[in-house]
Design a protein around this ligand. Structure first.
Ligand SMILES: [Zn+2]
Length: 147
């Protein structure tokens, strides 16, 4: 009986130590989560860089109200892309980091040039083999005349 009632004074101390330890454990869990998140972000960045060297390393962040306003639909995280042509920075949704390579202005320009190339290719595709062979024959005839 006497053994049960004789609670050592040190046990009271350990109750407060337990709550300290619980608080410390919660801190460590938060830290652990942050380390895991960072590792995941770094792995993601490595993948992005393989496909898009214009991605700016370390630019992943939570979207601000201004970002949401500019991007229209936004799912939380954004990052920065440096334009391949003019070098200006552009904020994009993280899920667009794989393919965005130009700023808004240069994208329009690139689109115009791509359309021009497409038209030229279409025009070239419209020329028949006979046309090309005839042109080559004419050029060869002109060359022999010069020689
Ligand atoms: Zn640009």
């Amino acid at each position: 009986m006497s053994a049960v009632t004789a609670i050592p004074e040190s046990l009271e101390v350990s109750v407060s130590q337990i709550s300290d330890l619980k608080a410390r454990q919660a801190e460590l869990k938060t830290l652990q989560r942050a380390v895991k998140d960072r590792a995941a972000t770094e792995a993601w960045e490595t993948k992005v860089l393989v496909r898009n060297p214009n991605y700016q390393v370390g630019s992943v962040r939570a979207a601000t109200d201004l970002d949401r306003e500019q991007l229209g639909h936004c799912h939380g995280k954004v990052c920065t892309i440096k334009c391949q042509v003019c070098g200006s920075e552009r904020t994009v949704n993280v899920q667009d980091a794989f393919q965005v390579k130009f700023c808004g202005e240069c994208r329009k320009q690139a689109g115009r040039e791509a359309a021009k190339e497409k038209r030229a290719a279409k025009k070239l595709a419209g020329i028949s083999r006979e046309d090309i062979e005839r042109q080559i024959a004419e050029l060869n005839k002109a060359l022999t005349r010069v020689a």
